[in-house]
Every structure is written in C-alpha cells, then in structure tokens.
Write a protein that binds this ligand. Structure first.
Ligand code: GAL
Length: 349
C-alpha cells in the first residue's frame, strides 16, 4: 500500500513537472529564446583525411548557423554506426540525422532507422544508391559528381602529355599506367575511374593498365601497394599513376621519391594525379611532384549540409534560394575545381 501510494505520488509529480516544463517552454519559446536546433552527425571514419577535414568544416559551419551537433565516429564499423544512430534517435527524438554512411553503397540500414523515426536524413560524401534514396521522401544527399572529377583528371593528364611529348617511354603508343582505386563499393571509386578512362579515350589516348588496385583511399595502403608492385616490376615502365584521391597519390609520390623519382630531375619523373586538394596535395602541386588534383570543396559541402539540415529541421522549403545551391530530386551536387600549377596559387577555398 505504502509503495502504491509512493508510485502514485511520483506519477503526479512527474505529470505536474512535465506540465510546468511545457508551460515554461511555451513561454520562453514565443517570448525570448529561439528553439535550439539539434542534429546528429555520423562519420564513417575520422581516420579518413578528407572526411576529417570535412568534420572540422561542419563543426564551424554548425556553430555559425546555430545548429547544435552531437558527433559520432563509426571507425568504419557499420554496426557501430547503426547503434550510434539508434541511440541518438532514442535520446533526441525527432531530430535530424546527417550521415556519412559506413555502408557507402546504399546506407539502407540507416535509412530504415530514419524512416521508422520519421526524421530527415541528410547523407553526405558517400552516396547511397538512387534506389535506396527513393524509398524515403525525407532522405537527401549532398556530395559532388564523381564523373566530373574523373574527367578533370583525364584533362590534367592529357595537358601534361601534350606538353611532354616523350611520355611514351617504351614507344608502344599507349599510356602504361597504374590505377589506384578507393574503396570497392564507393560511388566515387566507380565514377571517377570510369570517367577518367572515358576522358582519356575521348581525347584520343589508348590506355594500358599495368595494374589496377584498391587502396581504400588510404595513404599507408598506397605506399604498401607500390612497394609490393615495385618488388616485381621495373619503375621505368610506369608512364603515369592515377589515384582516386590525394591521400593515395601522396603515398605514391612519397614512395617514388624514396626511389629518386619526382624530385626535380625530368628524366626521373612519373606524372601522378589525385583528387581532394588537401593542404599537402596543394604543396605537392606547387613543388611539381604532383601534376594536378581536383578540389573536393569541403567548405561548400559542409555549408550545404548544415544549411539543408537547418531548413529541414525548421520545416522550411528547400530551393536554390534558401539553400544557395541548385537542388535536383533531393540531391545537391557541389562543383569540383581542376587544380594544376597554373591555378594552384589563386585557388579560393
Ligand atoms: C571522397 C574523397 C576521399 C575519401 C572518400 C570517403 O570524396 O575524395 O578522399 O575521403 O570521399 O568517403
């Protein structure tokens, strides 16, 4: 009996407490304090150099746009990301998710959780499949068009070849090159590689891939890859190295330099191209050890992701005017910029 009484009392206090809080909230909301916007941001891995720099931009953008963040790093573990998302949805009911999915191919598990909780989910940097995005009308994507960056790599390389007519070291009429790819199921890996090949063919170059390897966008893996490759092959046969991102391109360049290449002697030079325009890559373009890269505009992606989240959180309309970027079918593509020695000094970031 005593316990029952105690339980009832607790319940009454809880209800009263809730009412009081609700009244107080209603008063402050209309009279003084604006409602706090909160969102969860989930990174696939902060070990990834580009994603790490993106996270810093997102943090400062969120501060500027007064969006409070709860940040999570899945360390490339899909199950960890799912439990982070579920925990967030339990603690912060109804708040939006900004997701850089571990599962780069479709992000379906996160999509399902978001759909169940009926909250907006803004994917970025790793594009879920169109089919998956189409299953939920509160799912969005902010990224860049991978095909464009692959095409820019082809243009950078063809410009280089035209200015260096002795590029065909073995005279077979083909460009003997290494293709270093990112993660296997990543839209950027597939789109960049295919568009690079297509761009070279369209410019009239015949390609001969000496080898194609996955190095998961990682500097260390690219270094290890080239060490292994050169254990069985002659460095003098390589006429170019094309990498799906800068971290891998820098790994390749470091290993080449270790072997006396790409250090200023024109007879010991292999053109290497990357994508992202990280600080280190820009320095490599400046000192000539990298022939070019493509600017993956992290500040613009961050600004767009945060602005989109704020608009959706406030239930406002998303259009080119409110977002500051063209929107098509709940997708926003931030443009890339080609970077070579010609414009590296004037690149605005
Ligand atoms: C790409 C970027 C890579 C890597 C990847 C991770 O856009 O170029 O460096 O960060 O995203 O999803």
């Amino acid at each position: 009996m005593r316990n029952l009484y105690k339980t009832a009392l607790v319940a009454v206090v809880a209800v009263l407490g809730f009412r009081m809080a609700a009244t107080a909230d209603a008063v402050t909301a209309t009279e003084v304090t604006p409602a706090v916007n909160k969102a969860g941001v989930f990174y696939y891995s902060l070990n990834d150099l580009f994603v790490n720099s993106l996270s810093a931009q997102i943090r400062s953008e969120a501060q500027a746009q007064e969006l409070e963040l709860a940040e999570y790093d899945a360390e490339n573990d899909l199950l960890r990301q799912l439990s982070q998302v579920r925990n967030f949805l339990t603690v912060y009911r109804g708040q939006a998710l900004m997701v850089n999915p571990v599962d780069a191919q479709n992000g379906e598990a996160v999509l399902r959780a978001a759909r169940k909780a009926n909250v907006p989910v803004i994917f970025f940097n790793r594009r879920p499949s169109q089919g998956a995005l189409d299953t939920y009308n509160k799912a969005w994507y902010v990224g860049s068009n991978p095909e464009l960056s692959g095409l820019y790599q082809a243009q950078i390389l063809t410009d280089y070849l035209e200015n260096n007519i002795n590029w065909d070291k073995n005279g077979n009429g083909k460009l003997d090159y290494l293709l270093i790819k990112g993660e296997r199921n990543h839209a950027d890996t597939q789109g960049r590689s295919a568009a690079f090949r297509e761009g070279m063919r369209a410019a009239g170059y015949e390609l001969n891939a000496l080898d194609v390897a996955y190095a998961d966008f990682s500097y260390a893996r690219a270094v290890r890859y080239l060490q292994n490759y050169l254990a069985g092959h002659d460095i003098g046969e390589i006429e170019a190295v094309v990498c799906n991102n800068d971290a891998m391109a820098l790994g390749i360049i470091d290993e080449l330099q270790h072997r006396g290449y790409n250090e200023g002697d024109g007879s010991r030079y292999i053109p290497v191209v990357g994508i992202d325009a990280t600080e280190k890559a820009l320095n490599a373009v400046k000192d000539g050890s990298m022939v070019g890269t493509v600017y993956n505009n992290a500040p613009a992606v961050a600004r767009t992701v945060v602005r989109l989240t704020s608009l959706l959180t406030r239930g406002e309309e998303v259009n080119v005017k409110s977002l500051g970027m063209p929107v098509s079918g709940r997708q926003v593509m931030v443009p890339y910029v080609k970077v070579t020695l010609a414009n590296v000094g004037s690149l605005r970031r």
